[in-house]
Design a protein around this ligand. Structure first.
Ligand SMILES: C[S@@+](CC[C@H](N)C(=O)[O-])C[C@H]1O[C@@H](n2cnc3c(N)ncnc32)[C@H](O)[C@@H]1O
Length: 270
């Protein structure tokens, strides 16, 4: 008999660490298991700033969604959305713009199960279980089509997910396919782990991570991350370390923002 909580879908291997659940642990969530916690702690030992980076990233998502809502965006497609925690995209978007529509997509069954539970009764938001590497399936999914009108601008979020797509899967082609489906005036919100400032730490953390997790991570250079914005005009301040993207307060910016691992940016499709 299983001692697993009833929110765990069948066929989940809880003994192997998983990207979504490791991230949930760093965020202080409760949807993770010993294997996830062990890996999260091992990476924290190599890179103590990781938890701060993960939290700063969630704050960035909030700022970016509010920015898009203020720019008139009322429909959002968030791919690699993760296990829902505080400040989810639909909460921020629907608070800023009541009636805003949000489609989440994630490959992870636990993220999908939790999102479904949270979104029950919300007619304007839904989740699809899907692989970013198959963008046409996400675009053509009946839930996506029901909630998103691709004739109007969309806010596309690809935050901390593309580093789980290997070069061999052609992540730049995947983003270009999504971009081509978007109407002019749409936005891309992107965050990606980088090896720019401390390549050795990045390499060590990547090695620890990939030894244990079900999906390998691939940190990338600034130039590689910038290429995801081909076809988009960068919104000020461009591609920057997480806390530097339109901070709510100068006090939110640490003395060395590059300690926070990831570059983020927002682009607008002309
Ligand atoms: C680090 S979390 C990021 C969550 C959220 N976007 C954020 O920034 O707070 C990465 C998420 O991407 C999902 N993911 C990884 N590879 C994916 C793929 N090929 N297709 C869809 N989702 C994927 C994982 O399951 C996980 O939930």
């Amino acid at each position: 008999m299983s001692n697993l909580p009833d929110w765990v879908p069948p066929q989940i291997d809880t003994k192997r660490a998983n990207v979504a659940r490791v991230y949930d642990y760093w965020l202080g969530g409760s949807h993770n298991f010993l294997a996830d916690q062990d890996l999260a702690r091992a990476i924290t030992a190599v890179e103590p700033n990781i938890r701060a980076a993960v939290r700063a990233n969630r704050a960035f998502v909030g700022r970016a969604v509010r920015y898009l809502a203020a720019a008139g965006i009322t429909q959002f497609l968030d791919i690699g959305s993760g296990i829902p925690t505080e400040g989810n995209v639909h909460e921020i978007a629907q608070q800023a713009s009541p009636g805003a529509r949000v489609v989440y997509a994630d490959i992870d069954p636990i993220a999908v199960a939790h999102s479904r539970a949270i979104l029950a009764g919300n007619p304007d938001a839904a989740i699809v279980q899907a692989d970013l590497c198959l963008p046409d399936q996400i675009l053509a999914h009946e839930t996506t089509r029901r909630l998103i009108d691709f004739g109007r601008p969309v806010g596309l979020l690809l935050v901390m997910v593309l580093h789980f797509v290997a070069d061999a899967e052609e992540p730049w082609r995947i983003v270009a396919r999504l971009r081509d489906a978007l109407a002019p005036g749409s936005f891309l919100v992107l965050g990606h782990a980088t090896n720019e400032s401390r390549p050795q730490v990045a390499q060590a953390a990547e090695t620890v991570y990939n030894r244990s997790v079900t999906t390998d991570g691939h940190v990338r250079s600034r130039a590689e991350i910038q290429r995801f914005f081909d076809g988009f005009d960068m919104v000020d301040p461009g591609l920057v370390y997480i806390p530097l993207w339109r901070p709510d307060s100068a006090a939110d910016v640490p003395s060395d923002p590059s300690k926070l691992w990831a570059l983020v940016g927002v682009g607008r499709k002309a």
